[in-house]
Design a protein around this ligand. Structure first.
Ligand code: ADP
Ligand code: MG
Length: 689
């Protein structure tokens, strides 16, 4: 039995610092274990009590009758460390430390937390600063949360991992009120040892768990999370995450634009997307989406039928579906005919969606017939039944009809309860019909129900130790940077490095036509800011432009440049930005976006963690608003999207090969030329460690 398994299903539990006073927080855990019918051994430890409840109490850990599978430490931070040391010595598998005043508090606390971890040795720790765990599958509560006081807690197929204890309690009571059941709930608190990824990894394999809901502040070990998410996708067990920290601007000071565009929270978005994890946009979604997924049903497409007996609520729902990108198409001919016959109405009046059955809604047989017709229609992937005020008096009839129809179909069927009727929501959920109190919830749930398949994991990067050998730390200049990119197949401008104005003019003649002259300097990351870019010069104009550039640099006090860069002028095309940076928590990230001067204004970007596969690169392009431009907007020639995808792949391969020394890299702009003409990197920047 693993330590996490021992925590979730212990055969014996020691409760260190248990109180005989049931009204105290320290009196709760024994009470909860008994109340929920724990059948294993409960060993309270308290030198000042003979017995707690009807249980023998032990003076210390050493005198316990055996090594406990799990322990709850209810002592304050001053005494918890000694208890943890004793438990580890006694052979306990895992201990939960509830006390706060550790890493979350201050530096002293952080030191205390480190000492606690060391005292645990090979024994695993949950917490500190946690409210413990609740196992409703086996009815074992290792917690002191007051949320366990609430009436009936139904068991279900959703497990919860929360870094916050308070949120766990909040979910527990909200779910109970809504008739939604849980399997296991664990609060990981400060994560001195076991973290949310450990718990997710364990719960993915739990036979009683079909869906995992996660309240996340941040990930300590993204690699474990990724592995767990892959495994969950393999088993068809969705992970739904609500992550805080979205408002954190996260934009750190960085040399390139990429750092400023890739806020930390957006990198989490990329991580979730790439690993098939569903992100809950609102806190209510964190309960609603798992509740619907727990039915096991999925939508094969995005088309929904709305059946309503109240016009307003149907329209409200249809509107919200539209906003969420869910289609609400009119019924096909056969379905329209079936509904018209059933309801004895004119097909012209009935062939709409929402399907309004105002009067028939009160007659269960017609209501059943209408649901069945919609579920059987090949035009729909799911049905939402709107429950209006008229159903309040007869909730069992509505529930009965839906249940009967549900049993004959594999498509999802949801209920939107329009009036304020918590008892009805509870009743429906309790019977296995996902029911929601707002149209927004229904819409986000429908989005999440759409079946997604995760493309196979892309091949890991192949490192090339020689790539950056001999190059200095800091910024490389444009020519050096682009030379690296070009080695991986990123098409760059034809260009020459010139030492002085004479060489620059010769280079311009060799290139022919109009050229672009740039200052070449490792010290200048943004050349145009210092007048260091001149587009559209003839060879004759080049020497004069060189002189002006040098003059401006001197005036600005900039160090002497390495020389000039003379390059072909690229015309036409869409300007994009292609960047790379390292997220301090999640690792190497690639970014594609609308480029040019306004890149940071529009924030039109797509992010992925490396490595990526071709499907990722294609999806990045599709995610952008600029995709519309690239496809050829209003008569403009479509751009060379396949070449752009190739460039993204080449750039990603370059970043992978470069390894840890490459801190940032950027092409801004990357010109995407008309179809068949490829792309050109006209600028380049690489920052090395
Ligand atoms: P900076 O260091 O200021 O970013 P760039 O090399 O990106 O300098 O040049 C600034 C702008 O000049 C680019 O965004 C692009 O619009 C234009 N430009 C630069 N090089 C070329 C080129 N070879 N052909 C056409 N336009 C160019
Ligand atoms: Mg640039």
């Amino acid at each position: 039995m693993s330590a996490v398994a021992a925590l979730l299903r212990p055969r014996s539990v020691a409760i260190i610092g248990a109180s005989a006073d049931a009204s105290k927080m320290t009196g709760r855990p024994v009470g909860y274990l008994q109340k929920y019918g724990f059948t294993g051994e409960i060993w309270p430890v308290n030198p000042r009590a003979e017995a707690i409840a009807d249980l023998r109490c032990y003076p210390d850990v050493a005198s316990l009758p055996g090594a406990p599978d799990a322990a709850i430490v209810l002592l304050g931070p001053d005494r918890a460390e000694a208890a943890v040391r004793d438990l580890a010595a006694r052979g306990c598998q895992a201990a939960i430390v509830l006390a706060s005043g550790y890493g979350e508090a201050n530096e002293d606390g952080a030191r205390r937390q480190q000492a606690l971890k060391e005292a645990a040795g090979s024994m695993r720790l949950l917490g500190p600063n946690t409210i413990g765990l609740v196992n409703l599958t086996d009815r074992m509560m290792l917690s002191a949360t007051g949320a366990l006081e609430v009436g009936e807690l139904p068991a279900g197929r959703i497990s919860v991992v929360s870094q916050s204890g308070g949120i766990l309690g909040s979910l527990l009571s909200r779910a109970a009120d809504r008739g939604i059941g849980f399997a296991k709930l664990v609060s990981t608190g400060n994560e001195a040892d076991l973290d949310s990824s450990d718990l997710i990894e364990h719960l993915v394999e739990d036979e009683a768990t079909d869906v995992i809901a996660v309240y996340m502040e941040g990930l300590r070990r993204p690699e474990v999370f990724k592995r767990a998410a892959r495994r969950a996708a393999e088993l068809g067990k969705p992970i739904v995450v609500y992550k805080v920290g979205r408002s954190d601007s996260g934009a750190r000071a960085a040399t390139s634009h990429t750092g400023a565009l890739a806020g930390a929270d957006r990198v989490y978005d990329a991580l979730f997307r790439q690993h098939g994890v569903i992100r809950a946009e609102t806190f209510t979604d964190l309960l609603d989406i798992p509740a619907a997924l727990a039915s096991g049903r999925r939508m094969e497409g995005e088309r929904v039928a709305i059946l309503t007996s109240t016009g307003g609520a149907g329209t409200l729902l249809a509107d919200n579906c539209g906003l969420a990108g869910i289609e609400v198409p009119a019924p096909d001919m056969d379905t329209t005919q079936a509904l018209a016959t059933l309801l004895n109405e004119d097909p012209a009046a009935i062939g709409r969606n929402p399907v309004d059955v105002t009067l028939a809604g009160l007659r269960p047989d017609l209501f059943r017939g209408a649901i069945t017709a919609l579920l059987e229609s090949p035009a729909y992937d799911a049905v939402v039944v709107v429950i209006g005020s008229s159903a309040l008096a007869t909730p069992d009839i509505v529930a009965g009809a839906i249940l009967e129809c549900q049993a004959r179909s594999t498509k999802p069927i949801l209920a939107y309860v329009s009036p304020h009727a918590p008892h009805l929501v509870r009743l429906l959920n309790g019977k296995g019909i996902p029911a929601f109190a707002t149209p927004e919830s229904c819409a986000s749930v429908l989005r999440a129900l759409h079946r997604r398949t995760l493309p196979p994991a892309p091949a890991p990067a192949v490192a090339d130790g020689a790539l950056l050998a001999g190059l200095p730390a800091g910024n490389l200049n444009e020519a050096e940077s682009k030379a690296i990119f070009a080695r991986f197949g990123v098409p760059v401008t034809r260009e020459h490095v010139a030492i002085d104005a004479v060489e620059a003019e010769t280079a311009a003649r060799a290139l022919g036509g109009e050229v672009v002259l740039k200052i070449l300097s490792r010290a200048i990351a943004h050349k145009s800011d210092l007048g260091g870019v001149k587009v559209g010069l003839t060879a004759e104009q080049v020497p004069g432009a060189c002189a002006t550039m040098l003059e401006r640099l001197r005036a600005a006090g900039a160090p002497a440049p390495e020389g000039f860069l003379v390059q072909e002028r690229i015309r036409g095309g869409v300007e994009m930005i292609l960047g790379f940076h390292r997220d301090p928590q999640l690792g190497p990230v690639i970014l594609l976006g609308s480029g040019g001067v306004a890149a940071e204004v529009f924030q039109d970007t797509a992010l992925r963690l490396l490595p990526i596969g071709r499907a990722d690169a294609e999806a990045m392009v599709e995610e952008l608003k600029a995709a519309t431009l690239l496809r050829g907007y209003r008569g403009a020639a479509p751009a060379d999207i396949p070449a752009l995808v190739d460039a993204v792949m080449a750039f990603a391969a370059m970043a992978g090969a470069a390894g840890e020394r490459l801190l940032e890299a950027e092409i801004n702009p990357l010109f995407v030329l008309p179809e068949g003409q490829g792309v050109r990197a006209v600028d380049g920047l690489a920052v090395l460690q």
